[in-house]
Structure formats: C-alpha cells, structure tokens
Design a protein around this ligand. Structure first.
Ligand SMILES: CC(C)(COP(=O)(O)OP(=O)(O)OC[C@H]1O[C@@H](n2cnc3c(N)ncnc32)[C@H](O)[C@@H]1OP(=O)(O)O)[C@@H](O)C(=O)NCCC(=O)NCCS
Length: 392
C-alpha cells in the first residue's frame, strides 16, 4: 500500500449552538469556506487537482443534507469533475471521512482527496428533525436509542467516576482552552466569515458578515465551585451537568490528503502520515467507553504500545467517559487534549473527528511528537481511533 500524506489540516472556530457566532451562518457556507481556505493554504494546489471529497456529518439533513459533500464542492467552485460524498458514523464521522480519503490514496485509487466534517447543531438538532425509532425493534433493542446524557450517567455509575472527578476534568478543559486561546496556540483555526442579521430602524433586517476568529464556548471564568453548583441535567440524582458535558456546537474542518508522488510534484512539506484507523463496538447504553477499547485495538494493529504515543486527542463527549477511558488505559493526563477538549471547545458531532485531527497535527508539530492518537466514543455503542505519524 502507498502512504497517505496529510498536507493541510484546518478548522473553523467552534461556536455555540443557537447562541454563538455561527447561529445564523448556514452550514454549507461554513464548509465551502473552509474547503477554499484549505486549497489557498496549500501551495501550488488548485481545486482542479482534487478528485473527491469525503465529508462527515452526523445528521445529514435539511441545510446540511442532500449530499453536503457534493453541494459544498460546487459552492466552493471546485470543477464539476470533483466529486463529493457524505459520510456518517455519528461522532467519528469526520475521522471516518479522513480515513476513507486516506484509504483511496493508499489503495492507489486517487492521488488527491479531501476528508473533513461539518455540523451545524443550530440548523439541525441532535437526533435530526424527525427521529423515528423502529416501533417493534425498540421493544427488544431500545438501548441503541439511549440518550447520550444517560449513557454518560451509566458510565459514571458503573465505573465509579465521581462528580468531583468529572468537574475537575471539566475545569482543566476550560483552563487549558482559555490559555491556548490567549496565547494564540490554536494555529489550526482559520478566522471564518459569519452571518448576522441586524435590525434597522424601520424594523427590517440587514444581513451582515463578520469574521469570527475564536471558539466562543470557552468559559474562562469557570471555577470548581461554580461547576459543583450546577444541577444534573439528565438524571435526578445524577452527576452529569452542563458544565461537565461537551457543548453543542457549529463548525467545519478539513484535511487535504495526497500520495507521495503528488507531494513531490507540488513541492509540499507534508505534516503527517495517516497510518491506521479502527473501530470497535460496545454496549450502546454505555457508549462512552468506546475509546477504552478502540485505542488498544489500534495499538495492536500498529504493533505499538500506548507508551509510544506522544499526544492524544480523546473527544470529551462527557467528562465521565473521557476520564474513565484515560484512567483505564493508564494514559498520562499531560499527554491528553493539550489545548482543552469538547467540554470547553464544543463537539460539533460530524465535524469533531476532522476538527480533532487538525488540532492533534498542530500540537504534534508544535511539540515535535512523532506519534499521535485521536479517539472518540460514538452514539449507538462504538469507539474509533486513528494513528498519525509526524513527517520529518
Ligand atoms: C448538557 C446540555 C444539555 C446543556 O445544554 P445547555 O443548557 O444549552 O448548556 P449551556 O452551555 O447553555 O449551559 C447552561 C448553563 O449552565 C451553566 N454552565 C455551563 N457551563 C458552565 C461552567 N463551566 N461554569 C459555570 N456554569 C456553567 C450556565 O449557567 C449556563 O447558562 P448560560 O449559558 O446562560 O451562562 C448540552 O450541552 C448537551 O446535551 N451536551 C451533550 C451533547 C451530546 O450529547 N453530544 C453527543 C455526545 S456523544
């Protein structure tokens, strides 16, 4: 098999669902912008050189439906020959899309492919606009439809992850993100045009565009006391709160992947190789344990040990499940989510896998870490994990 090289990996800011900077920005605009930005940032590459786009989306309907991969490519003025697809594996959709794009290059089927992800949780709610669980199947298989918040409560209860531990983890996520924002460490973030509607004196609305250049979910004034005072949101006597859950967020992210021949032809300096990717199932009603099983499976596939890995991006769907997975695997906390995670920065479902890839590669480069792992749990009861190797 050939090597798959990631030459560019970027993201929009992540902004709060319904309240944040992208609440009036259509998802197609976010994605087509970040696609064009990725091409602009890749020296000598033109849109015509890209053969295909794989785009992750967890609820691909309404404004982000109708095969958003193809629509965004057309909106971004890729030539008609450039194809596009939508990929869905819920929270790992963006990573799945990057894996599929990489596989095409590795197999020799394509030379330049984009993998990415998108979700506007403002425009399309989690669960979709018209969820319709199968009436007969729900009698025996209701677990697969369990609310994500309840799965987080189940992990906390079954594996003794205390409220205090969850809040401490959430606090650290907020503090790391706040520091990274102030020190300008989010190099993978591209300031992104956003839409707002301003009311005129005559009560009509004027559409304006402004540039959003930061993740607006970070709460830098977070305190442990403040977190401790929040009420559980999913179960009466539970421990999962708005403060120790991932935020619902809007955002998009993409990576450009190419063969060695194309890297040379365009005279590029690749960031990393996409080495391995794997998924594994677990009980749907405790889907958060996913990384606990996906990461060891990935290590076995790569013939490596967790200790060989310099940096991890483990999605913080909830503090309970991220903490459980990190603890069980004995991962050193100072190797995980250097700039904070989804508790502070948001979890735009189908975008997250592509967003964490951009963050991980940026951090691997900054810290000269050769191996990085990205992992997440997935609704329905799954885990996913991928290994990246930094190029010299
Ligand atoms: C938990 C959840 C229901 C909370 O939703 P929400 O009420 O809209 O959350 P918000 O971020 O607006 O926070 C609500 C309030 O909690 C408080 N709060 C949140 N984070 C806080 C913090 N770090 N410190 C102190 N207070 C905090 C604030 O009072 C906030 O209100 P404000 O925004 O007006 O200040 C929602 O974020 C959620 O469902 N998350 C999980 C999403 C999910 O399941 N994803 C898939 C995973 S697999």
């Amino acid at each position: 098999m050939r090597d798959a090289y990631i030459v560019t990996s970027i993201r929009t800011p992540g902004c709060r669902r319904g309240k944040g900077a992208f609440k009036d920005t259509r998802p197609e605009d976010l994605l087509s912008f970040i696609l064009s930005a990725a091409i602009e940032k890749t020296e000598n590459l033109e849109k015509k050189d890209v053969e295909d786009l794989m785009i992750g989306c967890s609820f691909p309907e309404a404004e982000q439906g109708l095969n958003i991969g193809r629509i965004a490519a057309r909106m971004a003025d890729f030539p008609v020959e450039t194809t596009g697809a939508t990929v869905n594996r819920f929270c790992s959709s963006g990573l799945e899309a990057i894996a599929l794009a990489s596989l095409r290059v590795m197999a020799g089927w394509s030379d330049v492919v984009i993998g990415g992800g998108l979700e506007s949780m403002t425009y399309v709610p989690m669960g979709g606009n018209l969820p319709r669980p199968h009436p007969e199947f729900t009698r025996k298989g209701a677990q697969v439809y369990t609310s994500m918040g309840i799965t987080a409560e189940n992990v906390a209860n079954r594996y003794n992850v205390s409220r205090e531990a969850q809040d401490e983890f959430a606090y650290q996520s907020q503090m790391k993100a706040a520091e990274a924002k102030h020190k300008g460490w989010f190099k993978e973030l591209v300031p992104t045009p956003a839409t707002r509607y301003v009311i005129r004196e005559d009560n009509t609305f004027k559409r304006e565009t402004f540039l959003q250049d930061y993740d607006d979910g970070i709460r830098e004034t977070t305190t442990l006391e403040g977190l401790a005072n929040l009420r559980p949101v999913f179960a009466a006597n539970g421990s999962v709160t708005a403060g120790n859950s991932s935020q619902m967020t809007d955002g998009a992210a993409v990576s450009i992947i190419m063969s060695e021949d194309k890297v040379k032809e365009f005279g590029l300096k690749p960031i990393a190789k996409f080495k391995y990717y794997t998924t594994i199932g677990c009980q749907p009603d405790e889907m958060g344990v996913g990384p606990r099983y996906a990461i060891p499976k990935l290590m076995k596939l790569a013939g490596m040990d967790i200790k060989d890995i310099g940096l991890f991006e483990i999605n913080e769907a909830f503090a309970s499940q991220a903490l459980y997975s990190i603890r069980e695997l004995g991962i050193e906390m100072d190797k995980v989510n250097l700039h904070g995670g989804a508790i502070a920065l948001g979890h735009p479902l189908g975008c997250t896998g592509a967003k964490l890839c951009a963050t991980l590669l940026n951090n691997m480069r900054q810290r000269s870490q050769k191996y990085g792992v990205e992992s997440m749990c997935i609704g329905g009861g799954m885990g996913a994990a991928a290994l990246f190797e930094l190029c010299d």
